[in-house]
Ligand binder design. Structure first.
Ligand code: FES
Length: 221
């Protein structure tokens, strides 16, 4: 499980982030988000606002993004909420990074289905490339976090890297994905074996005619 502690609130942090404000594009996006909710219910926008803020920090720092305390306070001001209420939301959801991360946030699922299907091999590929759980590599490229189930158990073992899932992994395929990212390439997300989403490997094994067209089997029942 990822460590869920806020990065220390220091004068240096304040100097860097106290002046945080939306970019022009994000100010427009924020206005659209808050308009989805009835008047007086703007606290409902705290999750999308934190996500927007984290992405803006990511764009500013060339990382996946994180939430410095002054940025959380900015979100609280925007939504007219006590900062501690927004901090509660940020610290509950692991999609929000409470400390700086690298350009690629490698979140390896270590819950039982992924563990039984080889998450140790996935971690091994990360360790061989200098990653340590809870740390960012010295070149700032990768942060490694072990997380709980990410909801893709049918394609275990899997990993989430920034906004993409990579599934049906082996140590070899995980290594290739990391090497491609390090080389500035864009590896194909999704299953790393020959299947579409969670369909059988190699193609359908039942109701095969449905794969070609909307075949009506009802007359054969
Ligand atoms: S156990 Fe890994 S995605 Fe569910």
């Amino acid at each position: 499980m990822a460590e869920r502690q806020f990065h220390p609130d220091t004068p240096e942090l304040r100097a860097e982030w106290d002046g945080f404000a939306w970019t022009e594009a994000n100010a427009k996006a924020a206005a659209e988000i808050v308009a989805r909710y009835p008047a007086g219910r703007q606290a409902s926008a705290s999750i999308p606002f934190l996500d927007l803020a984290q992405r803006q920090v990511g764009a500013m720092t060339d990382t996946q993004g994180w939430l410095p305390i002054p940025v959380i306070e900015f979100v609280a001001r925007e939504l007219d909420m006590p900062p501690v209420r927004v901090m509660e939301v940020a610290s509950f959801y692991t999609m929000f990074n409470l400390a700086p991360v690298g350009k690629f946030h490698v979140q390896v699922c270590g819950t039982t289905p992924c563990m039984l299907r080889g998450s140790d091999d996935v971690l091994s590929a990360c360790f061989k490339r200098g990653m340590k759980k809870g740390h960012t590599t010295e070149d700032g490229l990768f942060t490694l976090t072990e997380v709980e189930c990410l909801g893709a158990c049918a394609n275990a073992p899997m990993v989430q890297i920034n906004d993409d899932n990579y599934e049906d992994l082996t140590e070899d395929s995980m290594g290739k994905i990391l090497d491609a990212l390090a080389a500035g390439q864009t590896p194909k997300p999704g299953p790393q074996v020959d299947r579409t989403t969670s369909c059988p490997e190699g193609g359908p094994t039942t109701l095969k005619k449905m794969a070609e067209r909307n075949y009506d089997y009802r007359g054969q029942w």
